[in-house]
Design a protein around this ligand. Structure first.
Ligand code: FAD
Ligand code: 2AM
Length: 721
């Protein structure tokens, strides 16, 4: 039984709601920011005089207060499922208290809720009786445990006596999560409205502005808004307070290949941060200067880009009073550091935050079509990867014939509301915590692709689209290597933290193009703490460590099979380093690495050091080896799963762990890392096929053994899509 924690009014969300005159609390369980963004948008969509929502982060509040919600109040959960069906970090405590470790909700012990003062008939056996809630889950169907987090919380809320308003919604990021959310809202909002006795149709009251922008006076030495420099008092670093880690090494691993793969190592010394092999590192990226500039231009803000501003909540009771983690920033710094500005604009956002500002017939027609017609949106906005800036420019191109006064002018407040918060990107740490305890490394492939259907308005910048974080890291690699000193000089000055005057970087950044005319990005890179803002070769990245469950077996003698094609090699590199150290110290079990890449000549990253480590491992476990699958070195594709089957003798012997026959889940540990969509499934299937053949059992029996291995943490995946 969870013990009722000591009462703390700051953590009592019911008290907070009532004080602020709210009757709906929306809790988000968010890992990458999507659920938080959906929760914020939901609040805007449902608000009316009688539906007054407050969006809260459950991490900051007591779950014990749930029982205190009255029958004229409502909780809404917007819960993403993280990793392998886990709750998000910010819902972990609530999830553990409400739902975890319970095979079946019926025979589990009840968590101890705080008895509300106004419920004299409080029933311990159904502590959430009288509490109503609605639920939308976010997940990805490529993962085994689709929407597990929302499903379990939903099941437990019902088991504890709460009543759900409407059906549970399930969004699938692999298909169209925006559409799933829209459909759920359409079906559920009337029920919410009815429950709260609202006479205003939900979504029809004019949404109030959430944020107000105050232009503030520039102080002599004012802070431009790079959040990781703001709070000097921070001594514990985490996702909210990343550590500004000096980059100690940054290089291209496959210089001859047709895409860039990077190795970036940072120094955690002095931060108190620790990691284990298999953990993740989060990196807060910075948007490319050209993208920032494009958006400032589209919003008509170029002349005021460096004006110091504060962005504060209109509602004095809002849980979050400042939109950004710093009080004073600039338009440019806000778009550079805090907002996701490159993703395609969702249909719902075009409808509520862009279309209302159309003044010309051409803009009304175009925006109306993109907001109402799913196919038009898919073709033009998703297909053209139209970011907010590109969407505005496309509207401007369509209304070229309209008078200047009629052209779309999107208020910056709407842009601030529309763009989600810029999220940290996670990377599987590619070093071993034993070999390199203070210097974790990242192995990342740089995301660059051409939009399928670039808009006419794209002509100036081309169809090339660049992933935010990986191109930011590529900038670090190039900068430290010493190329492109010229284009980088300007953004580097802009990246300095303290400045005497705000106008130093007011001019537009000139786009840089490669030989094919593609736009390249330039980067704002922060000089390492203590270094002068003079563009010297010292950089730092805002990082934090995220614990994972991807772990080597406690007993080094246990055999392991690692499957890591592409950047899926990242955590395996750390494991291989660790096994080599262990082999020297006390011996290890058989260690197999299946690595896949495009070509042997160009894409075999870390080859030399992997071979050196395996030479060491083989001294202790002679069967150990690296088995490669180079998919483009021959006419037909060869992937890691094909190699698993080809080497079924060796794989089977490794799985047997010295037994005569498996007869059930293997005691060896299997690790798979990389692409979740196809590779991870194909590998699990290949393993089941192999086991079925060798053991003479049906494939579904073998697949069950693999599932059993997952439950026992002997088949572990670290996959992303
Ligand atoms: P973003 O700016 O985030 O852009 C990505 C978005 O671009 C996609 O969501 C998609 O909408 C869009 N997109 C991508 N390709 C196309 C296309 N062809 N057409 C249209 N749209 C497209 N990555 C690694 O390289 N190495 C790792 O070790 C690693 N480990 C990870 C571990 C975990 C737990 C997770 C969750 C992810 C991991 N990733 C890893 C992925 C990494 O976090 C980033 O998602 C990735 O580097 C891209 O980030 P970005 O900012 O460059 O791209
Ligand atoms: P391809 O790009 O030539 O198709 C790392 O990206 C490696 O993974 C590449 O060799 C890539 O091959 C390969 N790959 C692509 N799809 C895969 C899948 N479904 N299973 C395993 N490997 C795959």
């Amino acid at each position: 039984v969870a013990s009722a924690s000591e009462y703390n009014a700051d953590k009592d969300f019911v008290f907070k709601m009532r004080k602020a005159g709210k009757n709906v609390v929306i809790f988000y369980g968010s890992q990458t920011g999507t659920a938080e963004d959906f929760a914020t948008r939901l609040a805007r969509d449902i608000q009316s005089p009688s539906v007054r929502p407050l969006v809260l982060d459950p991490e900051l509040y007591d779950w014990q207060c749930l029982a205190g919600l009255g029958d004229d109040e409502l909780a809404i959960f917007v819960l993403a499922t993280a990793g392998e069906g886990e709750p998000t970090d910010n819902m972990e405590a609530w999830f553990n208290a409400l739902a975890s470790d319970r095979e079946s909700p019926e025979d589990s012990e009840l968590p101890e809720f705080r008895q509300p003062e106004d419920k004299a008939d409080f029933d311990d056996s159904a502590p959430l009786q009288g509490v109503s809630y609605a639920m939308f889950g976010l997940g990805n169907n490529t993962y085994e445990q689709f929407n597990h987090h929302a499903r379990v919380v939903d099941q437990r809320m019902l088991a504890l006596g709460a009543a759900r308003v409407g059906e549970r919604g399930e969004g699938d990021d692999d298909a169209d999560i925006e559409e799933d959310f829209a459909k759920w809202k359409e079906a559920t909002l009337p029920a919410i409205r009815k429950y709260l006795g609202s006479s205003t149709p939900v979504g029809e009251a004019a949404p109030e502005a959430t944020w107000k922008i105050v232009e503030v006076e520039a102080k002599k030495a004012w802070i431009r808004g790079e959040f990781y420099e703001e709070d000097e008092a921070v001594s514990t670093f985490d996702a909210r307070h990343p550590f500004s880690a000096p980059v100690t090494s940054a290089l291209e691993l496959t210089p001859g290949a047709d895409r860039h793969t990077l190795h970036v190592e940072v120094d955690l010394a002095g931060s108190g941060l620790r990691y284990e092999s298999g953990d993740h590192i989060g990196v807060y990226p910075t948007n490319a200067e050209e993208e920032v500039d494009l958006l400032l231009g589209a919003l008509g803000l170029r002349g005021r880009a460096d004006t110091p501003i504060a962005v504060r909540a209109v509602d004095p009771f809002a849980a979050q009073q400042s939109l950004f983690p710093v009080d004073t920033t600039t338009y440019r710094a806000a778009f550079r550091h805090y907002l996701e500005i490159t993703g395609p604009v969702p249909r719902a956002q075009i409808k509520t935050l862009v279309a209302p500002y159309a003044r010309s017939a051409a803009a009304r027609e175009l925006l109306g079509r993109l907001a109402d017609d799913k196919d038009a949106h898919a073709a033009v906005v998703a297909g053209g990867c139209l970011s907010l800036a590109r969407l505005i420019n496309a509207v401007h191109a369509a209304e070229a014939a309209a008078a200047e006064a009629e052209r779309l002018r999107l208020p910056v407040e709407a842009a601030f509301e529309l763009c989600p918060r810029l999220q940290a990107r996670l990377y599987s740490i590619s070093s071993s915590a034993r070999a390199s305890p203070e210097r974790p490394s990242i192995t990342a492939v740089v995301l660059q692709y051409d939009a399928r259907a670039p808009a006419a308005a794209d002509a100036a910048m081309g169809a090339r689209r660049c992933g935010v974080a990986t191109n930011y890291l590529l900038g670090a690699v190039r900068y430290l290597r010493g190329d492109r000193a010229e284009p980088l000089a300007q953004p580097l000055r802009a990246g300095c933290v303290l400045s005497e005057a705000p106008a130093a970087d007011a001019s537009a950044v000139q786009p840089v193009r490669d030989g094919k005319g593609h736009m390249l990005q330039s980067f704002t890179l922060q000089p390492a703490p203590g270094s002068a803002c003079d563009g010297r070769r010292a950089l730092s990245l805002p990082v934090f460590i995220r614990r994972s469950l991807f772990r080597l077996p406690a007993d080094a003698a246990t055999p392991i099979i690692m499957v890591g094609p592409g950047t899926g090699l990242a955590p395996m590199r750390g494991f291989v380093q660790e096994r080599a150290l262990l082999a020297r110290e006390r011996g290890v079990g058989t260690t197999l690495l299946f690595f896949g890449a495009r070509t042997e000549a160009n894409d075999f990253m870390y080859r030399g050091e992997l071979e050196e480590c395996f030479a060491e491992i083989q001294k202790a476990a002679p069967q150990s080896r690296i088995i490669t699958a180079f998919s483009r070195d021959q006419p037909q594709k060869i992937y890691v799963q094909h190699r698993l089957l080809e080497h079924s003798d060796l794989v089977y012997q490794t799985l047997l762990c010295g037994q005569q026959k498996l007869g059930g889940p293997s005691r060896a540990h299997v690790y798979v890392c990389g692409d979740a969509k196809c590779m991870a499934k194909d590998v699990a299937k290949a393993l089941a096929t192999l086991i079925a053949e060798r053991e003479g059992v049906a494939e579904d029996v073998a697949a069950k053994w693999v599932s059993e291995m997952r439950k026992l943490s002997r088949y572990q995946e670290d996959v992303w899509s």
